[in-house]
Ligand binder design. Structure first.
Ligand code: 3PG
Length: 213
């Protein structure tokens, strides 16, 4: 898959809903009901971070949920790309980028949403053909004003800011012309997941899905 084709696919995914839930799931038994609650609430695109031992099993479970699009986050290595695809992920997300990682994703036909934190990083990704990027860590990096400023000389790059994004500050990003959607963990808080409060999570998803952009 070319970087151009990957960007077209990630753009499509980013346009499906204003928020991509970033999920840290410790128990594979939570995967299906959690994904169902988020999809039911109007957030069909899900990023499962590969940060827990259960993550690959979680992806495999979530991939069976109708209406969902399940990606793997925190992809760092070519091995992560293979494991994510085997589990059933249909896109990948990374906090940054390396040539090895992007080459592996391109060879394996996995659309990537690679991360950039500075203009130079964003330019390097654009030079390679990635016009849709994750802006990470969004809030720590200066938040919406910083992303707006990066967009002035680089209007051809569209972003999914992630990291410190909440219901409260999401509108600041979603109002920018270079933001397609935001990523955030607030729609699946650890306490609600642990308690199996799927209705509560569906409510949070519904609220997030109604953010305008
Ligand atoms: C992460 O690193 O887990 C993601 O960037 C999500 O960050 P958040 O928990 O601040 O939404």
């Amino acid at each position: 898959m070319t970087p151009l084709a990957a960007s077209q696919q990630t753009e499509k995914l980013c346009r499906l809903a204003p928020v991509i839930p970033v999920l840290v799931v410790h128990d594979a038994a939570h995967a299906k009901p959690l994904a169902e609650a988020l999809v039911r609430g109007g957030l069909p695109v899900l990023e499962v971070t590969l940060r827990t031992p259960a993550a690959l099993e979680v992806i495999a479970e979530m991939a069976q949920v109708e209406g969902g699009h399940v990606g793997a986050g925190t992809l760092l290595t070519p091995d992560d790309v293979s494991r994510a695809i085997e589990a059933g992920a249909t896109f990948g997300v990374s906090p940054g980028m390396t040539d090895r990682l992007l080459t592996a994703a391109e060879e394996a036909d996995l659309p990537m949403l690679p991360g950039a934190a500075t203009s130079t990083e964003a330019m390097a990704l654009l030079e390679r053909g990635y016009s849709v990027q994750k802006f990470f860590p969004a809030e720590a990096n200066g938040g919406a004003p910083a992303l707006k400023a990066i967009g002035a000389p680089l209007p051809q790059i569209m972003f999914c800011p992630t990291g410190g994004v909440s219901l409260k500050n999401a509108p600041d990003y979603l109002g920018l012309s270079n933001t397609l959607c935001v990523g955030g963990s607030w729609v699946a808080p650890a306490d609600k997941v642990a308690a199996g409060d799927w209705d509560g999570i569906a409510d949070l998803a519904r609220e997030a899905s109604q953010l305008s952009r």
